[in-house]
Design a protein around this ligand. Structure first.
Ligand SMILES: NC(=O)c1ccc[n+]([C@@H]2O[C@H](COP(=O)([O-])OP(=O)(O)OC[C@H]3O[C@@H](n4cnc5c(N)ncnc54)[C@H](O)[C@@H]3O)[C@@H](O)[C@H]2O)c1
Length: 328
């Protein structure tokens, strides 16, 4: 079959929602994604190394707050959703999405063990003419270094025998306004044909797709979004310390600044960085940038400022308590 014919066949299956899709990693990102794809009419198989999660999903239980168990139960009952620990299941799949963890170690070095293992396992089983998309947050170059390499080693020609893409997840757990359907999604493919298949896949669940010209760009957009937040949170945290020194209420300052209709985005001070991504993701770029001898001073500085906030907040709390004759 020509590469154009394989691509057309896959795009048609995805458009008609007759495709079988594997979602690798059924966590905060993977389970909502698997459910959205199943709701859209695809047959979805979740592959997760945790037997507990797999058994839970198959029994109709959700382990993620944003996904109701009733939905999982219905999708499993309708045979649109199932879960397994076995990568063998992907042998019958038309597409696979990788949503496994990308943590850092104690030296803030990216740990790609999970991505590597998922890519290598998929490379052994995905059929020719199928699509593999990486969604895990990571540094620019990962998709090519890890996913493309795994399929090359199997003897597949990326873009011809296998379509490969990257699409960062923008999920904001608990956000009632912006969900998987109405949050615009950055997408990219290794080749033009790859991109067409990626677009066909995600357009069945996302209203607005934002294609970018190459995979490294797609990978770094996610990092920049989170670095932007981390740096601005650090700035407002430092500003709080400055305002406190002048006996000025930083919250009133932010409120007043927020009335400016352009050029100002409100961020709020606090005891530290919340969530899973913002404290971790910037260090993926800081680590990779060293390879290019490029400094990432904003990342390091904001990390230091944000890390100093818990002690500052506790110190303030102690002062307030002392003033009220209470001890910490
Ligand atoms: N949680 C968020 O809000 C969020 C938002 C945007 C992006 N991300 C990114 O998405 C990715 C996934 O994050 P998450 O929060 O869903 O992680 P998670 O820890 O909630 O879930 C990951 C799942 O992958 C499974 N797993 C690990 N290795 C596996 C393997 N080799 N094969 C199969 N399953 C495996 C784990 O058992 C777990 O269930 C990360 O790169 C993260 O940075 C997360």
């Amino acid at each position: 079959m020509s590469k154009g014919a394989a691509k057309d066949q896959l795009v048609e299956k995805l458009n008609e929602r007759t495709a079988t899709i594997a979602v690798v990693g059924l966590g905060y990102v993977g389970l909502p994604l698997a459910c959205a794809l199943a709701e859209a009419g695809h047959r979805v198989i979740g592959i997760d190394s945790s037997l507990d999660k797999v058994e839970g999903v198959n029994a109709g239980h959700s382990h993620i707050d944003d996904v109701p168990s009733a939905q999982v139960r219905r999708l499993v009952g309708d045979r649109n959703l199932g879960a397994t620990t076995e990568y063998e299941a992907a042998r019958k799949c038309d597409a696979a999405i990788i949503a496994v963890p990308t943590p850092i170690d104690e030296y803030r070095v990216p740990d790609l063990t999970f991505v590597r293992s998922a890519a290598e396992s998929l490379s052994q089983v995905m059929p020719k003419g199928s699509l593999v998309v990486l969604e895990s947050t990571t540094y620019p170059g990962t998709t090519e270094e890890v996913v493309v390499t795994a399929f090359r080693e199997r003897g597949y020609m990326p873009g011809v025998d296998i379509f490969i893409g990257y699409s960062p997840e923008r999920l904001d757990p608990g956000n009632a306004k912006w969900d998987i359907h109405n949050t615009p999604k950055v997408v990219c493919g290794l080749t033009k044909n790859c991109l067409e298949t990626v677009i066909a896949l995600y357009s069945t669940i996302v209203e607005k797709l934002v294609p970018v010209s190459n995979i490294r760009t797609a990978e770094i957009t996610k990092l920049f979004e989170n670095i932007f937040r981390g740096v601005n949170i650090a700035l407002v945290n430092e500003f709080q310390v400055i305002c406190d020194a002048f006996d000025i209420d930083v919250w009133e300052v932010i409120q007043a600044c927020s009335t400016k209709p352009y050029g100002f985005t409100a961020f709020y001070p606090g005891p530290g960085l919340g969530g899973h991504c913002v404290p971790v993701d910037p260090f993926y770029l800081a680590w990779k940038a060293r390879e290019k001898n490029v400094n990432t001073e904003f990342i390091e500085l904001s990390g230091r400022v944000n890390a100093s906030m818990p002690a500052y907040v506790v110190g303030n709390a102690a002062k307030l308590l002392n003033a009220n004759r209470k001890s910490l």
